[in-house]
Design a protein around this ligand. Structure first.
Ligand code: SAH
Length: 519
């Protein structure tokens, strides 16, 4: 392979994406995604995994389902991998579950070998073990079974004679896990019973295992076809056959979490949302991220540029938010400057988090007030004596005026320099509307007044009646009284509000709310 490598410096990494939960990819898989130049991904690979790939990486959806524009054939996918690798790219081919378990991984590799392309294969958590685990079914158990077989329920089309020895499998393996078997379920169960497996054998069917929309049902070989039909279970789903299914009533954990099956909207910006999303998901919720805040560069940097040109005249440089820090430095770097150009003023920040952010840029705050508010900062600064001093305040284009006002009243000269703008995001409005229309949202979380205002702008109800029609069936959770007030001003009802105004307390209140509703 070494000789060919020089001709084809690119490489294809066939990576198992795991069954659906984004945390179930291997560390090796994540490492390779982080370094990918091209990612070719499947219908069953969770698109959230693409967030690991560099922004610059080319993303190609090669799913054969829900195909949209790019419904690739297997030959098309093979060609795509070969073309990109031949062009010297690091290509990650991301496949649901494990690439070598009913994943056609080997077929892709065979083509790569024929084309002389270097490759690596990274295993993944296959959906069989994930479905079992997440449905509370151990696929082996000393007292129930010592063997397990993975079987496809959907043989390659065009095959006349079945390759699968159902007669032997029926009683030959203690547990059977059948992939792609939903359509053939009546035939499969019949074959198993005809060949000696008891009609009373417990069976579970698990759809979209390990994801927030997991759906599992239980029956026996005799009844499961009817149960699945009634529950309207469609692929992707796995069939688990065997006595181990009995353990589910003790071990089932995933679907028992308090927020399981609830679809909750998170309105914070993507950067800020992670803690809230993580806590809600921990409790089983399906989080729908519709950021209602989006930041863009300021329209005009004149105030900032003038101040930077005369930075030696300034006594203080103030930062009142993390965003102000990052947008300030973004502009500084674009102007070919860095922290060394800030010699002169002392630096004050509004609180510890902002101080920490500043430290990331190599600067230490000289002053942090005891009270982490604009008023607190003004007070602390005024105590140092600001009369006649020039103060630079980089911040959002529109922000509370209290800080510059207090400082000016104390005789300071404040240069308010816009470094970014908050704009309501345009994206995915229609999808949000549609979800509200078809009632597939249980709860909306609001963590500030602007998230409320922008959310309502996004859903754009024509009238009060329409607003109520869309929002009345939805529960509303807010972080604190100011946000609650804004919700009520729009004529809407607040259902959940924590006693302490933190994300952790808000999630705790949401969990308690649903637990009480369920009991
Ligand atoms: N390589 C994959 C399997 C691909 S075959 C793996 O190792 O898991 C596709 C079939 O896998 C689907 O029809 C379904 O039977 C099963 N499957 C994949 N992901 C699943 C999931 N999250 N929940 C239930 N079944 C799943």
């Amino acid at each position: 392979m070494t000789k060919k490598k020089s001709r084809h410096p690119g490489k294809v990494y066939l990576v198992g994406a795991g069954p659906g939960a984004p945390g179930l990819i291997t560390l090796r898989g994540k490492y390779l995604l982080e370094r990918a130049e091209v990612v070719v991904y499947d219908y069953l690979a969770n698109p959230k995994l693409l967030l690991h790939a560099p922004k610059t990486a080319e993303r190609v959806y090669a799913g054969k389902k829900g195909g949209g524009l790019h419904a690739f054939t297997q030959e098309g996918i093979n060609k795509l991998l070969i073309d990109h690798a031949s062009a010297g790219k690091r290509v990650v081919r991301l496949k649901g579950g494990d690439p070598f378990i009913f994943g056609r991984g080997a077929e892709e590799i065979e083509e790569l070998v024929a084309a002389g392309i270097d490759f690596e294969v990274v295993p993944g958590v296959t959906s069989a073990t994930a479905a079992a685990t997440y449905a509370g079914i151990p696929i082996t158990h000393r007292e129930y079974t010592a063997s397990v077989a993975f079987v496809t329920g959907h043989e390659a089309p065009g095959k006349k004679e079945s390759n699968i020895a159902w007669d032997k499998l029926a009683t030959g393996a203690g547990t059977l896990v059948i992939y792609m078997g939903i359509k053939n379920l009546p035939i499969i169960t019949k074959k198993l019973m005809d060949n000696g497996r008891s009609p009373d054998t417990p069976v579970a069917v698990v759809r979209w295992a390990s994801t927030p929309i997991q759906h599992s049902v239980e029956g026996t070989l005799a009844t499961i076809t009817e149960v699945v039909k009634e529950a309207k279970i469609t692929p992707p789903a796995l069939i688990i056959v065997g006595d181990v299914v009995k353990l589910r009533k003790t071990i089932d954990w995933f679907e028992r979490r308090p927020l399981f099956g609830k679809h909750m909207v998170v309105t914070r910006t993507r950067e800020q949302a992670s803690e809230l999303v993580a806590l809600l998901e921990e409790n089983g919720a399906d989080c729908l991220e519709y950021p209602t805040l989006h930041m863009e560069p300021a329209l005009d940097y004149k105030v900032l540029d003038d101040a930077l040109a005369n930075i030696g005249d300034y006594k203080w440089l103030l930062f009142t938010s993390l965003n102000a820090v990052s947008w300030f430095f973004r502009h500084l770097y674009r102007q070919n400057m860095d922290a060394r150009n800030l010699g002169g003023p002392r630096i004050a920040v509004v609180g510890q988090a902002t101080a920490k952010k500043l430290y990331d840029y190599g600067l230490k705050a000289d002053l942090i007030p005891k009270k982490y508010t604009g008023e607190g900062l003004a007070e602390a600064l005024i105590q140092t004596g600001v009369t006649g001093s020039k103060i630079l305040l980089p911040r959002a284009e529109k922000a509370r005026e209290i800080l510059p006002e207090l400082l000016e009243q104390a005789g300071a000269e404040v240069a308010v320099a816009p470094v970014y703008r908050n704009v309501p995001p345009q994206g995915r409005k229609d999808e949000l509307r549609e979800r509200l229309e078809n009632r597939s949202i249980d709860l909306v979380t609001f963590t500030s007044s602007s998230t409320v205002d922008n959310f309502l702008t996004m859903i754009a109800a024509d009238s009060k009646e329409e607003l109520h029609r869309l929002m009345d069936p939805v529960k509303i959770a807010v972080i604190g009284p100011v946000t609650a007030d804004t919700v009520q001003k729009h004529g809407l009802r607040v259902d959940i509000q924590p006693g302490q105004y933190t994300i952790v307390d808000m999630v705790h209140s949401i969990v308690t709310y649903y637990q009480q509703a369920a009991s």
